[in-house]
Design a binder for this molecule. Sequence first.
Ligand SMILES: *Cc1c(COP(=O)(O)O)cnc(C)c1O
Length: 388
Amino acid sequence: MTAYIPYGRQDIDASDIQSVIEVLQSDWLTQGSATSRFEHAVAEYCGAKYAIAVSNATAALHIACLAIGLGKQDYLWTSPNTFVASANCGLYCGAKVDFVDINSQTYNLSVDELEQKLVRAAQLGCLPKVLVPVHFAGQSCEMEKIAILSQQYGFKVIEDASHAIGGKYRNKAIGSCEFSDLAVFSFHPVKIITTGEGGMVLTNREDLYEKLSRLRSHGITRNPDLMQGEVHGGWYYQQLELGFNYRMTDIQAALGVSQIQRLDKFVTRRRFLAQRYNHLLQDLPITLPYQHFDTESSWHLYVIRLNLDKISKTHCQVFEQLRQAGIGVNLHYIPVHTHPYYQNLGFCHGDFQKSEMYYKSAISIPLYYGLTETDQDRVVASLQEILH
Ligand SMILES: *Cc1c(COP(=O)(O)O)cnc(C)c1O
C-alpha cells in the first residue's frame, strides 16, 4: 500500500517501445538516421541551428569546452550548486575551475556575484575563458545579463541546460543559444525526456558544429574539403585532432525521437504538479521555489527549504523521516567545491557561503510526469506530519 515514491522517474509508453523496436529490427544500430532525426527534432524545438547528439551530457560538456578551445592555463567558472560534471569538464581539458556563488532566491549562479568576481579577475589578469551557467531545477539563469558581461569581459558561455529542456527564457525555448555559444542537454532517466543515457550540444555557430561533430567521433573527418593532401579512395578518412567515441546509438535516439513528441505534455504536467505543491504547502514552515518573471521552468526539480528556526527537528532528521515514510526525497546539490577532490585542489568550506547555506536546508521532493495526485497528497501529508 505504501509504495516508495521516487523523487523523479522516466515515463515510457507503447510508442516509445515501438520506436526502439523498429531500430532493433533494422540494419543499423549505432549513430545513424534515428540520431539525425533526434538532432533535428531537438534543434527545431529549441530554435537552434545545429544539434549534436552524444552519449551523455558529461561528454557533451567535455566536447563543448574543447570546441571553445578551453585548455591549460584557462579558467572555467560555474555554479557550486550543480552536479559535479558542470565543473569536471573544465578539469578534463586541463583548465582550472572556479565558482560563482548562487542567488539565494533562484539558487542559480548570481549575476551580481559574477560581475564583482569579473572586476577582481580583470585586475588580477585571470579572467575566465568559459562560463557554465546551470539552469537549476529547469529555471533559466539571467542569460541576457550574462551575455552582456561575456561581451564586456570576453568569455564564452556554455549553458548547462541538463535540467531545462522544455523550459523558456523570455518566451523562447531554452537551448536556442540566443545568449550563449553552446547549450547542453541531458537525457538521463530522471531528466525531462530520456534516451536511457544521452546528451546533446546545441549551437548556432557552424564552426563549432563542425568541430563538435569531429570530437564526437575520434577527431576523424570523411569530408574531402577538410583533408590535407590527396584523397586515396572511397575508404579514406583522416584524423585531424584528438577526439573521442562519444556517439549516441540509434537505439537511444529512437527513444528520444519518440519522447520529444511528449515533451510539452511532460512539462505541462510538471508545472501543474508544482503549482499544486505551491498551494498545498503554503502554510508549512518551509520556503517554496521562487520563479523569476523572465522564466518558465521545465520543473525538473521541486526544492523546498526548511525554515529551521521554526522547526524543532534538524534538516537531517526531516530528510530521514521522509525517506522512512517512503518518500524518495533527495538533495540537489552538495556544493561542488566541498567534495574531497575539490578540497584537494585548494577549495575550502566557507568559500561559497550562499550555496553552503542553501545545502543545509534544501530538500528535493518527488516531481515527475507520472506522479499521481494521490501520491502527491501523500508527500504533502508526510511533510505536514513531520513538520507539524
Ligand atoms: C544530469 C546532469 C549532468 C550530467 O548528465 P549525464 O547525462 O548524466 O552525463 C550535468 N549537469 C547537470 C546539472 C545535471 O543535472
